[in-house]
Write a protein that binds this ligand. Structure first.
Ligand SMILES: [Zn+2]
Length: 416
């Protein structure tokens, strides 16, 4: 079955069968890669970044930075780059047209067909992608830590990726997701991106996005699913632990807050750049490749601090050329609990004076830290329970990332 991804190109998987991989990697120069590059190799190989099949060359990086397109004109907001120490390139004698083996934790990961070895100013990258070079911005920090040299080239996976529990039950490749959507009869799929254990505010965001995606349809034509697409990448102190995020969302499903046939929990591997509106576009591209037709964008999508207006990520979809993106943004404001209405209400909807706090992450965090079971209007009891279970099982007692979790957590995947 052929599947069309972003830019109207077919999704191509670039994966070597293991016996063939063993032959192909013999005698290749080896280069070990960082966590981010390993994750991006996997994404490239499965078509998560389609139409990209490898790391970008200088002309594409420049074109993305200057005009938000690849050199062939395809919309693309954030460079996908492989950075390496220039000394290492010299020491290993890596040249253009070489084929090298990328290794991760001493295992073969992927073959890289080297096209170009080049330099690019990090400050230009930061300014173009993030709109700032302020060192306090976590994306700037990430770009600053890049090595000085970049290598472009196509990537072929030369390893089997095995996800550890509980990640294994939520991992689907773009092709697998599309097969599932067909099987479920979903004609529309709205993506909900998240890095949080869901409180009822998130639940309502998803419900609102589902209503929104169906607004033009008579009842018998509603065949719309919600794909919860968690972002799994590097963690920062105080973030929710990955396991609690995935299991918390699954619990909304198992406890039937979402009907079994309209809701699926999954994840993608991605290192957040916190690039606000530009990252919103990239997330839309990724979910296009996953087979989604709609993508929900809430307040301050992929933002951080006050670098972007909370609704910049809503506006950018009006600023890109028509037809450059094959997924519809569903822009969602905020859901609140209003004590006068006695129920959940939407930004700008009811006329009561909103003295209440919105269902904010900060408030919920303080409730969780006290381990007092909050009102089910704020967080579903089943979700709260599984979060504490995950804390014990995976989080060294906490549902939030601690130093201990960051140092000792089980890896998300292993190679074989
Ligand atoms: Zn009200």
């Amino acid at each position: 079955m052929k599947y069309i991804g972003h830019g109207g190109k077919e999704i191509i998987e670039r994966i070597l069968p293991l016996n063939e991989a063993k032959e192909r990697i013999k005698g290749l120069k080896q280069v070990s890669v960082t966590d981010r590059v390993a994750r991006e190799c996997i994404d490239l190989a499965y078509g998560v970044f389609a139409p990209l099949q490898g790391f970008m060359g200088k002309a594409d990086v420049e074109s993305v930075c200057k005009g938000m397109t690849l050199i062939d004109g395809t919309l693309w907001p954030i460079p996908i780059i492989f950075d390496i120490d220039g000394e290492k390139v010299k020491e290993k004698g890596i040249k253009e047209k070489d084929v090298v083996l990328l290794t991760y934790h001493d295992h073969a990961l992927a073959i890289l067909e080297v096209e170009e070895i080049f330099h690019y100013h990090k400050l230009d990258l930061e300014q173009a992608v993030l709109g700032t070079t302020d060192l306090k911005h976590p994306g700037v920090k990430m770009y600053n830590e890049l090595k000085d040299t970049f290598i472009s080239g196509k990537v072929i996976l030369a390893s089997q990726i095995e996800f550890n529990p509980p990640f294994d039950q939520f991992w689907y490749t773009p092709k697998q997701l599309r097969e599932i959507f067909v099987k479920k009869g979903w004609e529309r799929t709205v993506a909900h991106q998240t890095r949080n254990v869901p409180h009822t505010g998130h639940e309502w965001l998803m419900k609102g996005a589902w209503f929104s995606a169906n607004g033009d349809l008579p009842v018998e034509k509603i065949k719309t699913g919600i794909l919860v697409s968690c972002i799994i990448g590097p963690k920062r102190l105080g973030d929710y632990i990955d396991e609690a995020i995935l299991l918390g969302h699954q619990k909304l499903h198992d406890a039937k807050y979402f009907r079994d046939d309209i809701h699926l929990v999954s994840f993608v591997l991605w290192d957040m750049r916190y690039a606000g509106p530009k990252e919103a576009i990239l997330h839309a591209i990724i979910r296009t490749n996953l087979g989604c037709t709609h993508h929900m964008f809430g307040r301050d999508h992929a933002g951080v601090g006050s670098y972007y207006d909370p609704y910049d990520a809503h506006r950018i979809f009006d600023q890109i050329p028509e037809g450059s993106l094959n997924i519809k943004p569903v822009r969602i404001l905020e859901w609140w609990y209003c004590s006068i209405c006695g129920e959940v209400t939407y930004s700008g909807l009811c006329g009561h004076i909103q003295k209440e706090q919105p269902l904010s992450g900060t408030m919920i965090r303080s409730i969780i830290q006290d381990k007092v079971k909050p009102s089910k209007l704020i967080i579903r009891p089943e979700v709260f329970d599984i979060m504490l279970e995950s804390a014990d099982k995976y989080g060294f007692g906490s549902p939030f990332c601690t130093e201990e979790y960051l140092n000792k957590r089980q890896p998300v995947f292993k190679l074989s």
